[in-house]
Structure formats: C-alpha cells, structure tokens
Design a protein around this ligand. Structure first.
Ligand code: KG4
Ligand code: ZN
Length: 353
C-alpha cells in the first residue's frame, strides 16, 4: 500500500477517536518552531527557537542564515515539543507543516523534516498556509470563537483584511497595495537606529512619546478597504531627515509615537469601515503586528463603540509559532485535506484563489 493510501486509511480511523493530536512544524522565516496541538484548540506544547540574534547583525533576515539555522534546530524543536507534551512520535495522529508563503530555503527545511517524520511514523501529512496559521492563533486563545468573522492579518510580509466565512474558507476584503504594516514599522525603526526587528522596540519607545508631534499624510488607496504604507514610510523618513538637517531633530519617542499612530489609525479605520459597511459582528486580529500595544488598545475602543466582538491572539501567539499551524492543520485534517510526499515549499502561496 502506498504512503498516501495508508494516510487515507488512517484518516477514516481518526473519525472514531476522542482526541486528535497533531505535531506541527513552522520554519517559514526566522523562527524554528514545533508544537503539539489537541483538537485544534488546546496547546500541549509550543517550542520556538527565534533566530533574531543571528539576523540582527545584518539589520534583517538573511535567507541563507535562516535556512542553516533551521537545519540545526528543527529536530531539537520537534524533540522538545514531543517531550513537553509527554508524547512519542508514535502517539500523534498527524504531522503538519507550513508549506508557504515564506522564504523558499527556510520552508524547505520544515517541509523536508515533516515529510521524513510522517513517512517514518506512517502518519498523515498536512500542509498549512502560514497566513491561515496566524488566523487560527485566535482559536487557541478563544475557545468560543467560530466563523464567520473578519480578520485583520498584519505581519512582516502581509497586511490583509479577510472575511473568514468558515474553517478554511477565506475571502479578501482588502489588502496592502505595497509594503506590509510590519515591514513599514521595521523600516521606520531603522531610521531611528532601532535594531532589527524594529517593530516591537518602536512600539515600546512610542509609549513614551507624543503621537501628535509629527503630522503624517493619510494614505490613499484604490480599494475602499485596501492599505498602503510605503508613502507613509517615505513621508516619515523625509520628515526625520529634514528635521535633522535643519538642526531641529524631534525626540525619537515622539517620532515613534507619531508613526505608530498614523499606521494604527489607518489600520483601525479601514477595518471599521468594512465592519460598518458589511454589518460585521466579530473581528479578529492576527500576525506579528497584532502584538502592537496601540493597535490592541485602539481596536478594543473602536470595536466596543460599534458593538463588535473583538478577538486577539495571546501575545506569545502573535508572532510566528507552530501552535497556530497545528490548529489550522486540525481543521484541514477534519476536511480530509492531506498531502503526499511530493509536497514542496510554495514561497508565494496564497490563501484565496
Ligand atoms: O507574523 P510575524 O512574526 O512574521 C511574519 O509572518 O511576517 O511578524 C513579524 C513582524 C515584524 O515586522 C515585526 O517588526 C512586527 O511583526 N511586530 C511588531 C510588533 N511586534 C512584532 N510591529 C509593531 N509593533 C509590535 N509590537
Ligand atoms: Zn508570520
């Protein structure tokens, strides 16, 4: 019997089990992570090795260094995730992995590792979209959250407003026309000499600044719910340089606070516009930038004022991790979506057609 036929047989057997446990692996960018998730909602373990220190020296993620670090750490993270969950590989019901989007060399490490484990242990293999994983971080934080809901996904590579119509069924309401929100935060941080990754540090610095110190333009977009951050970023960089040249530099904390306010109010306003137009009742946040303190506060305020129920991932589940991949994998597995051993990394994978 071929591996895939065996996996299909295993799928049928899973239907009579009380609990489904999935070993998940994530290696799409600069975090090497493995986790064990039960029934898509319960974290049994969540091991993450962050490569930030390795890339900080270069001011950004160096793909070759990321791949090499994934190779060194991936089996250690898998061992740790199984150990922390108190399980052996034979005890899990499936092996899941992020297959895209992300850096091709980085993705390939996780995909190869997951394929080898699934084949050796004769377990079904589940391929997960990284963005879907970010959205599912909310299922791990909020046991009561069920589709339909809208989700603002803001990370280093993506800024999308999705309608989550069902498990695994997504529709794009709006998206960035250029930079992602996280990318804009990182670039603005660089001008302020904040080390990589700038987003979280800029956020912390902004807490002490005056958000009205620097006026920034409101970006224009084609679509009503679209985003655009590159003009904002350029305006910010020019304003900082001009002020420095004139010998009247503004305080870094004030600059950080002004930039953060411009990005956050744009993110929140567009999401609320969509919510009002469409009468949305539930809104979620996802992705690295959903850890942003101001974004969380402003979203809470805006949703409360409109009677919208807001869901945000636990802070440690906002950035890249494998727990969210295990949650997304559970719903894929339940729909019978399993992968073969020909699974490949898909660096430009999309969540919708
Ligand atoms: O989701 P993520 O870990 O990786 C991607 O899938 O891209 O997101 C990383 C991005 C980085 O750009 C980082 O600077 C940003 O999220 N980020 C933040 C904060 N924490 C992480 N940006 C603003 N404020 C934060 N607190
Ligand atoms: Zn991510």
């Amino acid at each position: 019997m071929s591996y895939l036929e065996e996996s299909r047989g295993a799928l049928v057997a899973l239907q009579s089990k009380d609990h489904i446990r999935i070993l998940a692996i994530e290696s799409s960018c600069d975090e090497t992570a493995a986790a064990v998730i039960e029934d898509g909602r319960r974290i049994l373990s969540n091991a993450v090795f962050t490569q930030i220190d390795l890339h900080a020296l270069y001011g950004g993620v160096v793909p070759e260094i990321a791949s090499r670090a994934h190779v060194e750490k991936v089996d250690l993270m898998v061992d740790q995730a199984l150990r922390d969950a108190g399980l052996a590989l034979a005890d899990v019901d499936a092996v899941a992995v992020t297959c895209g989007p992300g850096l091709v060399g980085a993705l390939l490490i996780g995909v190869s590792c997951a394929k080898a484990l699934a084949f050796a242990a004769r377990k079904p293999l589940v391929a997960v979209n990284h963005i879907e994983g970010h959205i599912c971080a909310n299922f791990l934080t909020h046991p009561d959250l069920t589709p339909p809901f809208a989700c603002l996904v803001v990370s280093g590579g993506h800024s999308h407003l999705f309608s989550v119509e069902d498990y695994g069924a997504f529709r794009i309401l709006g998206q960035t026309q250029d930079d992602a929100a996280g990318e804009a935060f990182d670039k603005a941080a660089r001008v302020l000499n904040i080390p990589y990754p700038g987003g979280p540090l800029l956020d912390r610095l902004a807490e002490e600044g005056d958000p009205n110190a620097l006026k920034l333009p409101r970006p224009k977009t084609e679509g009503r719910y679209d985003y655009s951050f590159s003009g904002l970023k350029t305006a910010f960089i020019n304003a900082v340089h001009n002020a420095r040249q004139k010998g009247e530099p503004l305080r870094d904390a004030d600059l950080a606070a002004s930039f953060r306010k411009a990005v956050v109010s744009f993110l929140v306003d567009r999401a609320m516009l969509a919510a009002e137009d469409m009468g949305l009742k539930k809104m979620a946040l996802a992705g690295g930038v959903s850890a942003n303190k101001l974004l969380r506060r402003e979203m809470e305020k805006a949703c409360k004022a409109r009677g919208i129920e807001l869901f945000m991932p636990r802070l440690d589940l906002c950035g890249d991790n494998a727990a969210m991949i295990g949650s997304a994998a559970y719903y894929r597995l339940m729909r019978g979506e399993i992968a073969g051993l020909d699974l490949n990394a898909q660096p430009a994978l999309r969540l919708t057609e």
